[in-house]
Design a protein around this ligand. Structure first.
Ligand code: ATP
Length: 337
């Protein structure tokens, strides 16, 4: 039995959380794999109700669980996810972008993953005013840069892909901070002679993601660049509705969709739950590796193929060219599992 904590979030969060619960309950019923789900509050609604965007009770339940699922939260996102990433030392943010058949991708041969450093950069919240100016501190440490570089090379080693790591930075402008990041990645690359290593400026990377996305394998980058580039890479393979993400540390992990709370479509029952469900697939893989549990891998593969078989047969939500509602699409997944 795995204990799963679930932050249901804001905007479309509660709708896609219901979809996630239906799928996990179906897995409980139909497979030899059991999950106990605890719903938790965090985000804008929690702030309004309790005065805290990340209530203490939520933190304590997360810490007692085997893994955390997090639906998107609204304006208070930085007070929830950025805090959790740092508190739980979830230093690697993994955002895959792969073209699947019958998805509106730019090309059909894209298969890449963005490995984003998750604990530093401009996301440490060290901002202040000096006179009429505003200042933000960009913190990049050698230890964190080497740690994420190693994670990226290990990822490239395990993937059946191009065995390439692209280190993305802007060291021609931010000579000290990105200079340190680039050097840390270059140093780590020497331990992996079998992996091709290249460096790319972030502006060139943004362009190449459109021009030749099929050339990328593993991209390793700092926190802010990773945030921006992963929204772009998800669009390149068909949109935010299909983009999963994992926040991984040495002993705990949290899984969430790349997209935000999407208030513009909240409450309309049209959100695509796939990004969240594919994040759950990433959770199965992580639990499987951690607990040496092959059943987790099997169920993960089954969930992924069920989603993509449906998409292939034209059963899709509106964002990717279909007409299914969130609940109808979820029911199809549950039935096909
Ligand atoms: P954040 O800054 O919190 O990441 P954002 O401003 O980038 O959020 P999102 O909430 O990610 O915005 O949504 C961007 C666009 O993508 C919106 O138009 C939204 O409707 C659409 N979108 C996002 N997620 C989904 C989804 N699961 N299904 C359908 N459309 C989505």
């Amino acid at each position: 039995m795995y204990k799963i904590s679930l932050i249901t979030g804001d905007g479309i969060g509660p709708e896609i959380s219901e979809s996630a619960i239906s799928v996990l309950n179906t897995i409980n019923d139909k497979f030899d794999l059991k999950f106990e789900i605890t719903k938790l509050s965090a985000g804008d609604k929690a702030l309004k109700d309790t005065g805290k965007a990340l209530p203490d009770e939520t933190i304590s339940v997360i810490k007692q669980s085997d893994a955390c699922l997090k639906a998107p939260v609204g304006e208070s996102a930085a007070d929830v996810i950025v805090v959790l990433r740092r508190m739980l030392d979830l230093y690697a943010n993994i955002r895959p972008a792969k073209s699947y058949p019958h998805m509106p991708a730019l090309r059909d041969d894209i298969d890449m993953v963005i490995v984003r450093e998750n604990t530093e950069d401009l996301y440490t919240g060290k901002e202040f005013r000096v006179g009429d100016s505003a200042v933000a501190l960009r913190i990049i440490s050698k230890a964190a840069s080497k740690r994420i570089a190693k994670y990226a090379f290990e990822t490239a080693k395990q993937r059946n892909s191009k065995k390439k790591v692209t280190c993305v930075h802007k060291s021609n402008v931010m000579k000290i901070t990105d200079g340190l990041f680039a050097k840390a990645c270059t140093d780590v690359s020497k331990d992996y002679p079998e992996i091709t290593f290249e460096e790319m400026y972030v502006d060139a990377c943004a362009m190449n993601l459109i021009r030749q996305p099929q050339e990328f394998d593993v991209v390793v980058t700092t926190n802010l660049f990773g945030d921006i580039l992963s929204d772009e890479s998800s669009q390149v393979v068909g949109g935010l509705g299909m983009a999963p993400a994992a926040n991984i540390g040495d002993s705990f992990a949290l899984f969430e969709p790349v997209h935000g709370a999407a208030f513009d479509i909240a409450g309309q029952n049209i959100a695509n739950p796939s990004s969240f469900l594919l994040s759950i697939k990433m959770m199965f893989d992580w639990l499987g590796a951690k607990h040496n549990d092959s059943k987790c891998f099997e169920v993960g593969r089954k969930l992924e193929s069920t989603i993509f078989d449906l998409v292939k047969s034209g059963v899709k939500t509106k964002d990717i060219g279909g007409d299914m509602s969130t609940t109808e699409f979820t029911k199809q997944i549950v039935d096909n599992l």
